[in-house]
Design a protein around this ligand. Sequence first.
Ligand code: FAD
Ligand code: NAD
Length: 329
Amino acid sequence: MRIAVIGAGIAGISCASELQQVGYEVVLFDKARSVGGRMTSKRTVHGYMDFGAQYFTARNPLFQQQVNRWQQQGVVSRWLAPIYQYQQHNLSASPDEQQRFIGVPAMHSPLKWQAKRLQSYVSCRIVALQPAANLWHLVSEQGESYGPFAHVVIAIPPAQAASLLSPANKVPLPETLLQPCWAVTLVLARASGHPAGGIFIKDTDSNLSWVSRHNSKPGRAQAESWLLHFSPAFSALHLEQDTAFWRETAEQALAELLTQPIQVVDALAHRWLYAQINDKAASGGIEGAIGQGLWLAGDWTRGGRVENAWLSGYDIAIKIREDRSVQHE
Ligand code: FAD
Ligand code: NAD
């Protein structure tokens, strides 16, 4: 039985890997040039930089086992840099016992390692699902048709998933659950000497939500460079601004945060339209099964975060296995 997985982020890859391991023929599709989704690090002239997911934690035993396997393969390691917080306009060390992990040399490294074993099509945006005799064909933006597939796992953000569902299999999806985030990196001419690796921004009136130093992570750009994530509200307000705006805004914000003048030699900005879930919005418990062999996976179905994205894909793989045994008994 052939199964298609649309979306090669961590949810899609975990689903595809699990299904392939138990003997299904799986084909993975992604619109981007490479796998990784929101865990993709950018390769720049300065080295790798993480614009999306910054690190992940592992609280579920199944995910912990997966993280152990990645560590054994050398594609994931602990991130041990000092954690700080910015509260009431004051930057202070905020140490804790939490284990935090990163992909090495890039955030997407564990996903690339897993995808090597999977049949995948990249630069292949799926724009339509066509039913034919209880099976599915996928149509790409280039007009190519792939199939037939007994099951299709749609592991992409809800607004994009909604566009693939026809009136016949429409389910209500929380299309605005994932909020935007502008991510800006500043490369400094001179090292600031600040030890912070990651900074949680606690002031709710701040335009920022998170700041980190790339060279606190193994494998990343070694010149001192800082990544600033702007808050969902500020990112949404300035959604269409250009790099010049973001460079200036980030420069001011970083100088204020580090309480010292900074000299920027390079700036890179990336806009995520669908970044992290709105914690305040009710997601309404997304059921992964749409019916007729269609399934939904992704971080947004389980409350956001890398770990939940992985678990969502794994869960759907188990549900497909159970669904198949029901059909064939
Ligand atoms: P995605 O990674 O979004 O994967 C979906 C894939 O589908 C993409 O590769 C996309 O190209 C592809 N796609 C979409 N539409 C189509 C189509 N029509 N056809 C083919 N392919 C398609 N989580 C943490 O745990 N820790 C963090 O520190 C953290 N920080 C974050 C910071 C930012 C700025 C962002 C953006 C996210 C952050 N997250 C963090 C969240 C984390 O990155 C996500 O929860 C996780 O990576 C989502 O994985 P996914 O597989 O569900 O979706
Ligand atoms: P985590 O346990 O490191 O962080 C969870 C939250 O706890 C942080 O957002 C922060 O507010 C707080 N925190 C943790 N350690 C802290 C410290 N030393 N000092 C001050 N505050 C601290 O990691 P996680 O739960 O795996 O979350 C990973 C990332 O994903 C975080 O950046 C978190 O903000 C983000 N997240 C986003 C969503 C969403 O989609 N909106 C939901 C959950 C988590």
